[in-house]
Design a protein around this ligand. Structure first.
Ligand code: GLV
Length: 322
C-alpha cells in the first residue's frame, strides 16, 4: 500500500502529478477552504499533508492525522498557520516555499505602490464611469516615486527584491529596518541605509512591509505609527494582515493621516473592514501577491518535492526552522 498524501485544496498540477506518481493522493474535492472537522477527516492516516495558509494546523489537527504523519508541506512562504511547537513535539517536519515566490510578491508590492501613487484603480473607475471629458491640468494628481524614499520593514528575500526594484527601477532611495540587522550587500549595491524602525516610519514617502506574523509583529503598525508617518506617505502590506491594525489604518486613510495604502492581506481575511471598502485611497487585492503562473507552479512543485524527500527518508528541501 502506498503512503497517503492529503492535499487540502487543489494546487497546480505540476505538484499534484509528482505526488500522484508516488503516493495515494487524497484531494479536497470541494473548491473551498476545509472547516476544522473536514480538515481533520482529510488528514486522518496521511503520511504527508500539503496545507494552505488558510488551514489552521494546530495540535488537534496533528492529533487527528495520527502516527503516520511525517511531513506538513505548507503551500506558502509564511507558516503562521502551523503550530510548530506541536509539530516538533510529534517529530513532524514542516516545510514552506521560500524563494520561488520572491519575484512574484516583490512585483506585486511594486504594482500596489505604483497603483496607489498614480491612483490607477480610482482613474479606471473614473474613466469607465464616463467621467473623462477632456484633458485637465490637475486631474487625478499623485506623487512621483522617483527620488522619493522607500522604507522597507524586513529585509529578507522579498524585502530585498522590492528594495532592488525600487532603487534600480524607480530610482528611489532605500532605508530599511530589519530587526537591527545590516545587509551590507544591498547597502553597497544601491546605497540602502539601515535605520531605526522609528526613522523608517517618520522619514519614508512609502513603506513596504515584509515581516512574518509573530507575536512581536502583530499590530506593528497601529494608530501611533500611522500618525507618525508623513501625511503624503503610502503604506504597502503584502506580508500578513494582522501586522497592521486595520481599524486604525481605515481611520488614518479616511482622515488623510496618510496618503494611501496598498493591501494584499487583511487582518481578518477573507473579511475586510467595511470602512476600507468605501475609500478611494486604498488599493486592495485578494491575497494574490504570489499569484503568478510561474510562482504557483513552482510552489506546488517545491511542496511536492518536500513531501517526497521526507517520505523517502531524505532531508526536506526547505524545512522551516523556527
Ligand atoms: C503567502 O502569503 C505566502 O506566505 O506564501
Amino acid at each position: 500500500m502506498k503512503p497517503i498524501v492529503a492535499v487540502t485544496r487543489k494546487i497546480p498540477e505540476a505538484g499534484l502529478s509528482l505526488l500522484r506518481a508516488k503516493f495515494d493522493l487524497r484531494l479536497n474535492k470541494k473548491d473551498g477552504v476545509l472547516a476544522a472537522p473536514e480538515l481533520k477527516k482529510i488528514v486522518k492516516g496521511a503520511s504527508g499533508v500539503v496545507a494552505l495558509l488558510t488551514d489552521k494546523i494546530d495540535d488537534s489537527v496533528l492529533s487527528a492525522a495520527g502516527r503516520e504523519l511525517k511531513v506538513i508541506a505548507n503551500f506558502a512562504v509564511g507558516y503562521d498557520n502551523v503550530d510548530l511547537v506541536a509539530a516538533k513535539k510529534r517529530k513532524i517536519i514542516v516545510t514552506n516555499t521560500p524563494g520561488v515566490l520572491t519575484e512574484a510578491v516583490a512585483e506585486h508590492a511594486i504594482a500596489l505602490l505604483m497603483a496607489v501613487a498614480r491612483r490607477i484603480v480610482e482613474s479606471d473607475k473614473f474613466t469607465r464611469a464616463g467621467r473623462y471629458e477632456g484633458w485637465e491640468p490637475e486631474l487625478l494628481l499623485g506623487p512621483e516615486l522617483s527620488g522619493k524614499t522607500l522604507g522597507i520593514i524586513g529585509l529578507g528575500r522579498i524585502g530585498s527584491r522590492v528594495a532592488e526594484l525600487a532603487a534600480l527601477g524607480l530610482r528611489m532611495k532605500i532605508i530599511y529596518y530589519d530587526n537591527g540587522n545590516r545587509n551590507r550587500e544591498l547597502e553597497g549595491k544601491f546605497g540602502a541605509e539601515a535605520v531605526s524602525m522609528r526613522k523608517v516610519i517618520t522619514a519614508s514617502d512609502a513603506i513596504s512591509i515584509h515581516v512574518p506574523l509573530l507575536p512581536t509583529t502583530r499590530h506593528l503598525f497601529g494608530k501611533a505609527e500611522l500618525a507618525s508617518m508623513k501625511p503624503s506617505a503610502i503604506l504597502i502590506n503584502t506580508s500578513r494582515g494582522p501586522v497592521v491594525d486595520e481599524k486604525a489604518l481605515a481611520a488614518a486613510l479616511k482622515n488623510k493621516v496618510i496618503w494611501g495604502a496598498g493591501l494584499d492581506v487583511f487582518e481578518f481575511e477573507p473579511k475586510i473592514s467595511p470602512e476600507l471598502l468605501k475609500l478611494d485611497n486604498v488599493v486592495m487585492t485578494p491575497h494574490t501577491a504570489s499569484a503568478t503562473i510561474e510562482a504557483r507552479n513552482a510552489m506546488a512543485t517545491l511542496a511536492a518535492k518536500n513531501i517526497i524527500a521526507v517520505l523517502e527518508g531524505r532531508a526536506a528541501l526547505t524545512p522551516v526552522r523556527p
